[in-house]
Write a protein that binds this ligand. Sequence first.
Ligand code: ADP
Ligand code: MG
Length: 238
Amino acid sequence: MATLELNNIVKDFAGTQVIKGVDLEVKDREFVVFVGPSGCGKSTLLRMIAGLESVSSGDILIDGQRMNEVGPAERGLSMVFQSYALYPHMTVEDNMGFSLRLAKVPKAERREKVLEAARILQLENLLERKPKALSGGQRQRVAIGRAIVRNPSIFLFDEPLSNLDAALRVQMRIELARLHEELDATMIYVTHDQIEAMTMADKIVVLQGGIVEQVGSPMELYHHPRNRFVAGFIGSPK
Ligand code: ADP
Ligand code: MG
């Protein structure tokens, strides 16, 4: 079980406020999408949740516990990046198991977890390959596999599909939805693509200029956008 709460989160970079007081509640097993134009603060917010960036003020709570001073490895979450950041000299199996090796998980247990993730992601036949011998979609699956093996209670995705072509993006959207069902995990997904937000989210958080413009289900935002920005961004007729 994993809930997330953000209380009045602010982030300054060298005196410029880029996140301006964000409040948010994410329920257990919810699929939440942060959507907004480039530069609105989506990645910064996600990186603060991950512990890769400090907050200037405000509190981050996971399962009610304050996380501000807790390191990224101890927060019980895994992040998948846009640039897959696979190790080119390692096989798929070693890439997927690498964080477990760092955590000194014994080899047999590591292999079991990697095989389970490979089954879920249909990578079983590619475990001996190096990243350069994989397609873009397969590389992205390995990056997701790396997150799965750590058995996180919260997954964070930062524009994971934006390097893929349109057809593959559609396929990966379906796979991610299936993954959400199968893993029973809380997922926070960042994108600038409103179609991804509308098709994948239980709850959409619309951001602009470091501020939350509106939070709601895809249908709520579509039928009741709070302002012109939300209406325009979501593609609502209003
Ligand atoms: P998004 O992911 O929505 O495109 P970001 O979170 O990357 O937006 O960036 C939000 C704002 O914060 C941008 O104006 C960006 O230039 C600025 N920013 C992000 N990271 C840094 C940093 N390390 N130092 C200074 N400014 C930053
Ligand atoms: Mg970004």
